[in-house]
Ligand binder design. Structure first.
Ligand SMILES: [Zn+2]
Length: 240
């Protein structure tokens, strides 16, 4: 343990800890969030958190994907801040009520093997694992991404994105899916096409109910593709 404490001290000197939301340097004794952000988290009021998506009984999100939340998620996905996943999962467990995620088992929207290899971690899995630890609900990988969805640069219609991810996932462990109420987790929901596709696969495999929980959601008014779907190389995808 001592060795790790020393290593952490060393890393703190190299990379002083910053607030995961506003990215300001933290003072000694502060962890993860600065006092301003901790005391004023931009969480959505409960009545604005849920939306209905095709094949999903209810999709709850804790934040709007904008401002500091958006910057934080971009650092998480493209800036190598894998440790944010545990903090996001803890935040969800702390702020979302049980009736918004009641389920038998938790799973997540998986990345393709190729993208996971290039990123080094599966961002939705890290959030789901932390959330499961905090809530005591079992968490299993129930889906596998079997198609490397093609970049859709220049395509912004919802239908085109739905077509792109059709048949991209297959179920794993059917005995864990059958008859269960499943909570499907992801970092961001944009059009909901990916969550709906995953829900369809789970329902076909016998799931009794599928609901969803994401850290953040984008406002769906605009058809414009935003950073939630823009990968580091500029290509566009629904779940990256
Ligand atoms: Zn802050």
């Amino acid at each position: 343990m001592k060795k790790y404490a020393l290593l952490n001290r060393f890393l703190d000197l190299l990379y002083p800890p910053r607030c995961i939301l506003c990215h300001r340097f933290l003072q000694q004794g502060e962890r993860e969030l600065c006092p301003e952000c901790r005391g004023n988290l931009p969480i959505l009021p409960k009545e604005e958190r849920s939306q209905t998506l095709l094949g999903i009984s209810s999709c709850c999100s804790l934040f709007d994907y904008e401002g500091e939340v958006r910057q934080s998620v971009l650092r998480y996905k493209f800036g190598g801040r894998s440790f944010y996943g545990r903090i996001y999962g803890d935040m969800l467990a702390e702020w979302v009520d049980r009736d918004e995620y009641d389920c038998d088992i938790i799973t997540w929207v998986p990345l393709s093997r190729k993208r996971k290899r290039s990123r080094g971690y599966d961002q939705a899995k890290l959030i789901a694992d932390a959330f499961a630890r905090r809530t005591g609900i079992p968490c299993r990988g129930l889906l596998k991404k079997i198609k490397n969805t093609a970049p859709q640069s220049g395509t912004d219609s919802r239908e085109a994105r739905r077509m792109n991810i059709a048949d991209a996932y297959m179920p794993l462990c059917p005995e864990e899916i059958s008859g269960r109420r499943i909570l499907l987790m992801d970092d961001i929901v944009t059009t909901g096409a990916t969550l709906s596709e995953c829900a369809k696969v789970l329902t076909r495999a016998g799931a009794k109910d599928v609901r969803a929980l994401t850290l953040a959601r984008t406002r769906q008014k605009s058809k414009t593709i935003n950073d939630a779907e823009l990968s580091a190389d500029g290509s566009i995808n629904d779940h990256i």
